[in-house]
Design a protein around this ligand. Structure first.
Ligand code: PEP
Ligand code: MN
Length: 334
């Protein structure tokens, strides 16, 4: 709900109205622009009566907002959110690439890949320490030891680290050690995890669920923002369709749709989106052309020996050439 305030309303009366609404458990955003003054309401707006609000002296009109994602949506927050970690920024015209292996496998592996991707221009290092796998017999990551190896690679390269959290058991470790906390596709609607991760007030990379609509993705972002963090990056990583030629179908239209509906940065994952290393570069370039604020790409120094997702991992050399093409596409669409 948006309350449009009359131009002659006193500051005292506006503050009183804000307090009254906040006392009912709602979040009030004060929007000022030129001569316009509006109050955006989020939360259980059904509990306030638009009729009694519109009868108030200082209220010009009351507009109902249809989207249920008030905090993640653009309506109350027209300006792009920029997610920043150190020097690296994503969103609001800033573009960044996150790269690294699907999972951290050892010290030499993660350090060698981190050094290579940094040289090619990646600004974040990814690596799973806790891996969600379909099979209980598959490699599930090195756990907390994996986080230690990521920290060592960060120290040697300066790259901030992105890693997936699977359980609230590890909140403290992630709060302390990880720069961007990834919530994977399988956990996009793990609402209790979203609430707890939001409370950490750290940057979060939220991946779209395998069969989630964009509205559902934005509602999950809403949980994070309501929990306490405004630093949320949305990630299109492919959805389940009838097509079997690719692991998932990378929904490129999600990029402009999300950017239209939300102020949050939107990145694409052409690795999980396609499942085949040969398809990563063309889809990465297509995502950039579609307006993505960044990419997350799986890179492995020995993809044929990778413990997870080797078939969709590109080598540092292929990544280097891709980064050059990404820059050319970005120039072309300026
Ligand atoms: C990953 O990034 O390695 C991963 C498991 O991604 P997703 O949650 O998109 O499947
Ligand atoms: Mn993976």
């Amino acid at each position: 709900m948006i309350i449009v305030i009359k131009p002659d309303a006193s500051e005292q009366a506006i503050e009183q109205l804000k307090r009254n609404i906040e006392n009912q458990g709602l979040i009030v955003q004060d929007i000022k622009g030129g001569n316009a003054r509006m109050l955006g309401l989020a939360g259980e707006v059904a509990s306030v009566s638009p009729d009694s609000l519109s009868r108030m002296d200082i209220v010009e009109s009351v507009l109902m907002v249809r989207e249920p994602y008030k905090l993640a949506g653009r309506r109350f927050h027209p300006r792009d959110t920029i997610v920043a970690v150190g020097q690296a920024q994503i969103g609001g015209g800033h573009f960044s690439v996150i790269a690294g292996p699907c999972s951290v496998e050892g010290e030499d592996q993660i350090l060698s890949i981190a050094r290579d991707i940094a040289k090619s221009g990646a600004e974040f290092l990814r690596g799973g320490a806790f891996k969600p796998r379909s099979s209980p017999y598959a490699f599930h990551g090195l756990g907390l030891d994996g986080l230690e190896l990521l920290k060592a690679a960060r120290q040697k390269t300066g790259l901030p680290i992105v890693s997936e959290i699977l359980s609230t058991d590890h909140l403290d470790a992630f709060a302390q050690d990880v720069d961007v906390i990834q919530i994977g596709a399988r956990n996009m609607q793990n609402f209790s995890l979203l609430v707890e991760v939001g409370k950490l007030k750290k940057p979060v990379l939220l991946k779209r669920g395998l069969s989630s609509s964009l509205e559902e993705l934005l509602m999950s972002a809403e949980y994070l923002i309501k929990g306490g963090t405004e630093q949320v990056i949305l990630c299109e990583r492919g959805i389940r369709t009838f097509e079997t030629a690719t692991r998932n179908t990378l929904d490129l239209s999600a990029i402009p749709v999300l950017k239209q509906k939300s102020h949050l940065p939107v990145i694409a994952d052409p690795s999980h989106g396609t499942g085949h290393w040969q398809l990563v570069a063309p889809l990465a370039l297509a995502a950039v052309a579609a307006g993505a604020d960044g990419l997350i790409i799986e890179v492995h120094n020995m993809p044929q020996k990778a413990l997870c997702d080797g078939q969709q991992s590109i080598t540092p050399e292929v990544f280097h050439n891709l980064m050059k093409k990404i820059n050319r596409v970005r120039e072309a669409i300026k």
